[in-house]
Write a protein that binds this ligand. Structure first.
Ligand code: CUA
Length: 374
């Protein structure tokens, strides 16, 4: 329990042991005195009480000794506090955002967005904390490092630590913030600097995974068949969306606030796959819906398809022009990385076919059901 993982841990442990130790000594002393007095001055011995009027050295002792002890406690506590507030100048920065109900991390230097925190060992790390303006107060807590700080909407707070040993540690939310407060956990991985660099490279390549248009648009494709779509997108949906939008997309997670996917009336954007992708990429300003830049383009496409599949049938579908506009807007055809890619011409060809097929199956009823403008 008192395993030292950093200088701060040692300071907090020291203060804890001092406070705990003094309390135990006091408790023992008072209890023993109480028992001794109860026996010695019990009624059956019928002693007559003597009045003591002032005792100089006794009074000096009970003023001086407790004053020394609490001053000592203050001094030890202040030392730890000063250490916690003074961030070393060479600390690496990780920005953490607390939101109902997850922690997300941004690495400004490495330009990464993640949902777990990975940092190298023996490196001071400054965690800059905040919460979205329309969210509530959360508290970023790493028990093993004895650090905790509130994440306050619209304000910037911080904490720092320097890990001395590699390992996997818990990150909790220590402020009761609503229904899924207890689920608001994350993981802190302390790794060697080589492992950290490898992790950064892996995260980067994940972020720039290729978008294989053929697979995106063709449900028969092995990379994007119904199986893969269901497995991956369902897990993504349950991880990122279900707490607000409900397990089945009926908006039951956060009543009154989250979008009910089964009813696309008065949506800010159309219920088309391309627009759902945009929402996942940019969020919706002024609402609880945040952006998910930490998901790769692939994951966002999968999630958009999945969300779309939760909606009622007969809604407007994306046209090939809209797909093309999305590809151009996000330069999805330039997303680099390993894996199979196809030419943009071939992608457009598939897109037009898909749009034609959709046009053919769509009837007048669906046509009249206009989606509101974004
Ligand atoms: Cu966030 Cu409790």
């Amino acid at each position: 329990m008192l395993l030292a993982t950093s200088d701060i841990t040692r300071e907090v442990n020291r203060a804890f042991m001092l406070l705990g130790g003094v309390s135990v000594v006091m408790l023992a002393g008072i209890t023993i005195a109480m028992v001794v007095f109860a026996i010695r001055f019990r009624r059956s011995r019928a002693r007559t009480a003597t009045q003591i009027e002032g005792h100089k050295w006794l009074e000096v002792a009970w003023i001086v000794i407790p004053t020394v002890i609490v001053t000592w406690m203050f001094f030890v506590g202040h030392q730890g506090f000063a250490l916690m507030r003074e961030v070393p100048a060479n600390a690496m920065v990780v920005e953490a955002t607390g939101q109902r109900w997850m922690w997300s991390f941004h690495y400004p230097e490495e330009k990464l967005d993640t949902v777990e925190m990975v940092v190298p060992v023996d490196t001071p790390v400054k965690v800059e904390l905040t919460a979205p303006a329309n969210d509530v107060v959360h508290s970023f807590y790493i028990p093993d490092f004895r650090v905790k700080e509130d994440a306050i909407p619209g304000r910037l707070t911080y904490l720092w630590f320097e890990a001395e040993r590699e390992g996997t540690y818990n990150i909790f939310c220590a402020e009761f913030c609503g229904k899924d407060h207890s689920q608001m956990r994350s993981v802190l991985k302390i790794v060697s600097s080589q492992e950290y660099e490898a992790w950064v490279r892996a995260e980067r390549s994940k972020k720039y995974q290729p978008l294989v248009f053929e697979a995106v648009l063709n449900p028969e494709h092995e990379d994007f068949g119904p199986d893969r779509l269901n497995i991956d997108a369902t897990a993504l949906y349950q991880t990122f969306c279900a707490s607000c939008h409900g397990a089945t997309g009926d908006g039951s997670g956060l009543p009154g606030a989250a979008r009910d996917f089964t009813n696309p009336a008065d949506w800010k954007r159309s219920p088309k796959v391309t627009d759902i992708f945009r929402v996942l990429t940019e969020g919706i300003e002024g609402t609880q819906m945040r952006a998910y830049p930490n998901l790769s383009s692939w994951e966002r496409v999968a999630l958009a398809h999945y969300v779309r599949s939760l909606m009622e049938q007969g809604l407007l579908v994306d046209t090939s022009e809209e797909y093309a506009a999305l590809v151009a807007e996000y330069e999805l055809d330039k997303v680099k990385g390993p894996g199979e890619t196809i030419s943009i011409e071939r992608a457009m060809e598939i897109l037009s076919k898909a749009a034609e097929a959709a046009d053919a199956t769509r009837d007048g009823a669906a046509d009249s059901q206009r989606a509101p403008a974004p």
